[in-house]
Design a protein around this ligand. Structure first.
Ligand code: PRX
Length: 631
């Protein structure tokens, strides 16, 4: 067995040979001629000349050996449904969906926006797009009209696939009116909307535009739609994510590099074996859902569970019941979800036979010791923290137990993964910090390995300007995270360097929330900061200056306006973006040059020292916030 150190060294020193080897994990129609074309840094083109297909690798490829084994296990505790699709059945459903999309005029390279709850049809739609070479753009079902509209505007989809409604904690959330409103707000109008009718909420269909999946599926019951062989560099999808500015970025991913990266990660990191079951509790609207609900496990020939419902309903044993029932071997979740379960009785963990489970992978936010210990004792399996981003598509830092078993280290997601040349950089001098235990910005020396973002959708310039620094020939990708590396190469992630916050594992831009709040007619100015929270990791807190302060006569008026502002956010971003509190002040702390002092506000909210405030215009502004917090 190779040591991980040797495996890693080879990936960095001989990347072509290393990735040519990994490329054998998937099927190719034609093999690549060039493993990595990095002639125009920072744009890396992987497996140039090769042709393949993600859907073929996730579905068709398995028909020969496991057609009648489970592929997709759809469980909803919201609608009390449980449907198992074998690879053969999944193959048929995906072709029905692909034929429907083709009938609606979707062609290779066209965008299809998917705004769906966690139902099997969402996975069919993603795979159907991959099959015909259409570019999917999944928008998290928890986002509301404003967020959806900006994504429709940017992705310009020919077709939107959606549903009448989702359901959360027994409460129906109608999607169709939110979608109609988003299309109304957007200057781009999709030609068609394909709707799954779950009979949860009545729909008003727009004649000529809206089509029902039930009828389309019936029409294409026997459809045979072959996989389109696509260039490895063909765009497979875009997924929007928050950054420093209010406008979300369309992270653009390729086809061949992504397939290889996922296949390799399933082998080396997740150790998934064909025929086993994988259970990721994420949502298809996030990157974890793309990589480790849909594509990764299926490429590995595993069955994957798609679960619609809360972790605590009907009781806090539901996840473990699924692990027992489907003999889950590998499970993926987020620390927040584990913290939610931790508040419940440990008995729920003990009630089920969890002997099939081999490891639990956690990502998306820092994993704290009490949470790690609680779940580790409860499950008795390794808890594997892994650190990555929407941009990278698969882990940057973790432990590759499939290569060499290594112990996890508390508080650290692990070591640099193969292919990632991770460097810590001094934020002021830009110099590399080579010694142990020094705090710097986590960067990755170009080229990024296969599977990572190719560019920002239709905005190469933004890709270069946002993420890349350093001199030509030595360009570095900025993760916007602070980190430390110990003497053994284990990293520790210390939070974002920018205005991105992480609420319950959901990545949100404080600027997006600020823009939304500012659209309230009585708000003149607002600052949103992320504040440490025991359960959610962070929550958003808003401090706003009102235009007409005379309205805020008493506490009741404050609460009324706070409620109104929250309703505005709910309507534009969705409940995910709603701040925990909106407080009103007469002035916000700023530098003399007018820059908002978000860090100082955050420090005060967390009870920390606000640091050097000599550049502050009006010290009373921060005092107002302190007084509010004390009241
Ligand atoms: O700040 C880091 C944090 O989440 C950010 C990426 O979020 P997102 O694009 O939603 O991708 C999530 C993919 C798992 C990172 O920049 N983050 C992610 N994983 C960890 C983490 N922080 C600490 N520990 C982690 N394991």
């Amino acid at each position: 067995m190779t040591s991980y150190a040797e495996f890693y060294r080879r990936s960095i020193e001989q990347p072509d040979a290393f990735w040519a080897e990994q490329a054998k994990l998937i099927d190719w129609k034609t093999p690549a001629q060039t493993i990595c074309d990095y002639s125009h840094p920072p744009f890396a083109r992987w497996f140039v000349g090769g042709t393949t297909n993600l859907c073929h690798n996730a579905v068709d490829r398995h028909l020969k050996e496991r057609a009648d084994q489970s592929a997709l296990i759809y469980v909803s505790t919201e609608t009390d449904e449980e449907v198992i699709y074998t690879f053969r059945e999944l193959h048929a459903e995906v072709q029905r969906m692909a034929a429907s999309l083709l009938e609606l005029g979707v062609r290779k390279g066209d965008r299809v926006l998917i705004y769906m709850p966690m139902i099997a049809e969402a996975a069919f739609a993603m795979l159907a797009c991959a099959r015909i070479g259409a570019i999917h753009s999944v928008v998290f079902g928890g986002f509301a009209s404003g967020s959806l509209a900006s994504r429709i505007e940017d992705a310009e989809p020919r077709v939107v696939v959606s549903a009448d409604a989702g359901s959360r904690g027994g409460k129906v959330v109608a999607y169709k009116p939110l979608l109609d409103e988003a299309i109304r707000l957007s200057t781009h109008k999709p030609e068609s909307v394909l709707l799954v009718d779950r009979k949860l909420s009545a729909m008003n269909l727009v004649a000529g535009r809206d089509h029902l999946w039930g009828a389309m599926r019936q029409k294409h019951l026997q459809a045979e739609v072959p996989c389109e062989w696509l260039d490895a560099t063909h765009v497979s999808y875009t997924l929007y994510t928050s950054g420093t500015t209010g406008k979300p970025k369309g992270v653009q991913r390729d086809t061949g590099g992504y397939a290889v990266a996922l296949a390799a990660s399933m082998k080396h990191i997740f150790e998934g074996k064909p025929g086993e079951t994988y259970f990721s509790t994420s949502d298809i609207g996030w990157v974890v859902g793309h990589s480790y609900i849909v594509y990764g496990p299926l490429i590995a020939g595993m069955a994957t569970i798609m679960y619609e419902g809360l972790p605590t309903r009907p009781d806090a044993g539901i996840w473990w019941q699924l692990v027992e029932k489907y003999k889950v071997t590998r499970m993926f979740s987020a620390p927040t979800a584990v913290r939610v379960l931790k508040k419940q009785n440990l008995e729920f963990l003990k009630k089920y036979d969890l002997s099939s489970l081999k490891a639990l992978y956690l990502a998306g936010e820092p994993l704290d010791e009490p949470t790690a210990q609680w779940i580790s004792e409860g499950l008795g399996v390794p808890i594997i923290d892994n650190y990555w981003q929407t941009e990278t598509g698969w882990p940057i830092l973790t432990i590759a137990n499939g290569v060499e078993k290594k112990p996890s280290r508390f508080g650290s997601p692990g070591v640099a993964m193969y292919g990632y040349d991770v460097k810590l950089i001094d934020d002021i001098t830009g110099e590399e910090l080579k010694g142990p235990d020094q705090k710097g910005v986590v960067t990755i020396e170009g080229p990024l390995p296969p599977g990572c973002m190719q560019t920002v959708w239709r905005d190469d310039d933004r890709f270069v300007k946002t993420y890349w620094t350093g001199a030509a020939g030595k360009l570095r990708y900025n993760t916007f995270d602070w980190g430390i590396r110990d003497k053994d190469g284990y990293f520790f992630i210390l939070g974002r360097t920018d205005d991105v916050i992480n609420v319950a594992g959901h990545r949100l831009g404080t600027r997006e929330i600020e823009e939304s709040i500012s659209s309230h007619p009585n708000i003149a100015e607002v600052a949103v900061v992320g504040v440490a929270d025991q359960l959610k990791g962070q929550v958003a807190m808003a401090f706003a200056v009102v235009k007409d302060a005379s309205l805020l006569v008493d506490a009741a008026a404050h609460l009324k306006l706070e409620g109104e502002v929250m309703a505005v956010v709910d309507k534009s971003l969705g409940a995910v973006g709603r701040p925990a509190r909106v407080r009103f002040v007469t002035v916000l702390p700023k530098t003399r040059s007018g820059k908002l002092l978000r860090r100082a506000i955050q420090a005060v909210c967390e009870g920390r020292d606000a640091g050097d405030l000599t550049t502050m215009e009006d010290p009373a502004a921060l005092q107002q916030i302190k007084d509010l917090l004390a009241s």
